[in-house]
Design a protein around this ligand. Structure first.
Ligand SMILES: [Mg+2]
Length: 399
């Protein structure tokens, strides 16, 4: 199941007058179009386009700031509907679920697909498309070609092959850009070309993950449905700044904000981190990176901040305008599972401040108490739309 123009549809659920209007949802601190309606698409606006270009192409459109908190509410409602009809559902992303179809007696897969689509629309008012196929990869292609508000079951090999022949191989998620370029000397341009190529060559060119797609396109389900999220290997927080900056104080403020968000995640999953990475992307295409190992795994603000300080210095390119930043926590370990060392743990003060910050924010709202280093971003904190990000939607298996 894949909702159609999900963020746009979600805005239309609560603001009915947006129905039929060209509508775009903007993100990245208000700088970019992250979702668009079909009317906006017809005007030539593309996802990822800066707002100032979009407004030129579609001056009569409506542009609204993203509200992931609201999108998560609708996402959970859609999930409830699907779970009513299927015992095995994977919460793949905020608007895409994989599920095992269980048609009732006398109902075929096509009717089942239509029923799921119609129930979601009745209950949540979000148009979605449902595709049923023999594997996850086929189901995804089927739903992509049935959009919008479609429902389609394709189960016979002949019908599958017709679909694969009409679909460029780059439509398969996991085969884009560089990987597709590796396939083209072998004459592979459609999904059917790929499915018919020698499996060993597919593996050689695209590794084991490419081979898995090969099996899947041939109707062999090798990618299972994950009703439970597989444990994280790493956690990450970050994103675009909206406005680029070459000011070290502002960069530091972003680092602190992203660290406060990262710590929320470490706490939520009950893990500590042994290694941290800072990645900074610059407007001129360059990127900087810094890494550090901690003497022992930690989840406290003061300790992680000290570890990140030299990382930012490494990632910093003086005079260059930075546009985005990501922090990564790798080497995750369940909290409590650690070796006692001579320099045992964090100081009392660090522990007390961490616990206090957590308690205040639980009671008074996210970031009600935050580090003073985030002061250069006061304007951003004043706008409620920035309090919540797509990454903060929990339980998804992608992102
Ligand atoms: Mg979608």
């Amino acid at each position: 199941m894949d909702a159609d123009c999900f963020y746009v549809s979600a805005e239309r659920v609560r603001y009915e007058h947006f129905q039929g209007l060209p509508l775009a949802v903007i993100g990245n601190q208000g700088a970019c179009v992250i979702a668009k309606s079909y009317e906006m698409k017809a005007a030539g606006v593309k996802t990822g386009e800066p707002i100032w270009d979009a407004v030129k192409k579609c001056p009569d459109g409506a542009y609204v700031k993203r509200d992931f908190r609201w999108y998560e509410v609708l996402s959970r409602l859609m999930l409830d509907v699907v779970k009513e009809y299927s015992p095995r559902v994977e919460y793949y992303s905020i608007d895409e679920f994989f599920f095992e179809p269980h048609p009732a007696k006398g109902q075929d897969e096509q009717a089942f697909a239509e029923m799921i689509r119609d129930r979601i629309f009745e209950r949540v008012r979000v148009p979605a498309t449902v595709g049923i196929g023999r594997t996850k990869t086929l189901a995804k292609l089927i739903s992509d070609t049935a959009k919008p508000f479609g429902a389609r079951a394709v189960l016979g090999r002949e019908a599958e092959e017709a679909l694969l022949a009409a679909t460029p191989v780059t439509e398969v998620s996991g085969i884009a850009g560089r990987r597709a370029a590796r396939l083209s000397p072998w004459g592979v341009s459609t999904c059917l070309d790929f499915a018919r190529m020698d499996r060993r060559i597919a593996r050689q060119l695209l590794t084991a993950s490419g081979e898995a797609l090969w099996w899947e396109l041939n109707g062999d389900p090798v990618l299972p449905i994950h009703p439970q999220r597989i444990p994280h290997k790493a956690l990450s927080r970050g994103g675009s700044f909206g406005e680029a900056t070459d000011d070290p104080g502002t960069l530091w403020a972003w680092l602190v904000r992203n660290l406060e968000r990262l710590i929320e995640e470490l706490n939520f999953h009950g893990v500590t981190t042994g290694r941290v990475v800072v990645w900074v992307g610059y407007k001129d295409g360059r990127a900087g990176e810094g890494r550090a190992s901690l003497p022992e795994p930690a989840d406290q603000f003061d300790i992680l901040l000290e570890a990140l300080r030299p990382c930012l210095r490494q990632a910093y390119i003086p005079g260059a305008a930075a546009g985005r930043m990501h922090l990564f926590a790798v080497g995750l370990r369940p909290k409590g599972e650690r070796q006692l060392t001579l320099f045992e743990g964090a100081s009392e003060r660090v522990k007390i401040v961490s616990a206090l910050k957590k308690a205040v924010n639980e009671k008074h709202g996210r970031f009600a108490m935050r580090s003073g280093a985030t002061l250069p971003l006061a304007g951003m904190y004043a706008d409620g739309a920035h309090g919540y990000d797509i990454c903060d939607v929990r339980g998804k298996s992608c992102f």
